[in-house]
Design a protein around this ligand. Structure first.
Ligand SMILES: Nc1ncnc2c1ncn2[C@@H]1O[C@H](COP(=O)(O)OP(=O)(O)OP(=O)(O)O)[C@@H](O)[C@H]1O
Length: 230
């Protein structure tokens, strides 16, 4: 598997406080990772840094084998990396407009936007919500719509911040079932979650922030906590 991104010596400080000092972070193309750590370990911060939403120090950044930097954040990564918040913000238009928003912003012709939005809604199982008022959606529906909104942008790296927090039962499984499909399409996915919510996906990479360091474990070494059909 080829490396999508490799960062050497990634350090984040908040004022005088060193949040983490990561020797090396390497993510393969088309692979899923779970990122765990206790509250305050820096999971969201790390995802936000990868998405260019937070500055950090780094010595040596390779994105698709091209040397680059995190600050300033490169256009190639801006186009390829999508961050999905734990509580995705929905514009108070329609569900379809929410999903198509990024494509419209990219200047895509309307007919093509409509086609891709329809496809993405079918993929995420939210076609029946097309004209719903986004403020009335459940947490699970919002997450699936946020994933559809991310997928239409064809990201190379998708960063999910606790995508299943506050979801249980069918809603949780419906969200998780979408992730192997994204990976199969070649997207790399990093999901922040808590140990107790540990997400088991086939071939998942395990990253853990602990005491300011990033530990990497072998795929599935602790066994998945839930089985998913791919
Ligand atoms: N802009 C900021 N300025 C100062 N401190 C910050 C800032 N953003 C985050 N922090 C602190 O950095 C630490 C890591 O926060 P972060 O949200 O990344 O942790 P987390 O592992 O995602 O936690 P949780 O599991 O609770 O969501 C916390 O102590 C937080 O208060």
């Amino acid at each position: 598997m080829s490396a999508l991104i490799r960062i050497e010596r990634l350090r984040k400080r908040f004022g005088e406080r060193l949040q983490f000092d990561i020797e090396q972070l390497a993510l393969d193309t088309g692979r899923a990772y779970v990122l765990t750590g206790v509250n305050g370990a820096g999971k969201s911060t790390l995802l936000r840094i990868l998405a260019g939403l937070e500055p950090a120090e780094a010595h040596g950044v390779l994105f698709e084998s091209q040397a680059t930097t995190l600050s300033p954040y490169p256009a190639a990564m801006r186009a390829a990396v999508v961050y999905v918040h734990q509580h995705p913000v929905m514009f108070s238009t329609s569900v379809a407009a929410n999903i198509g928003y990024g494509l419209v912003a990219r200047g895509m012709p309307k007919a093509q936007v409509t086609r891709l939005v329809d496809e993405a809604m079918a993929w995420a199982g939210v076609a029946h919500l097309r004209d719903s008022d986004p403020s009335r959606l459940s947490g699970g529906e919002k997450q699936r719509i946020a994933l559809a909104r991310a997928r239409v942008l064809e990201p190379k790296l998708l960063l999910l911040d606790e995508p299943t927090a506050n979801l249980d039962g069918a809603a949780r499984e419906q969200v998780l079932a979408l992730i192997p499909q994204l990976v199969k399409e070649g997207t790399s996915v990093v999901m922040a979650c808590h140990d107790r919510d540990l997400i088991g996906l086939p071939g998942v990479g395990r990253l853990k922030l602990r005491d300011g360091k990033l530990e990497r474990r072998n795929a599935d070494s602790d066994g998945p906590s839930i089985a998913l059909v791919t």
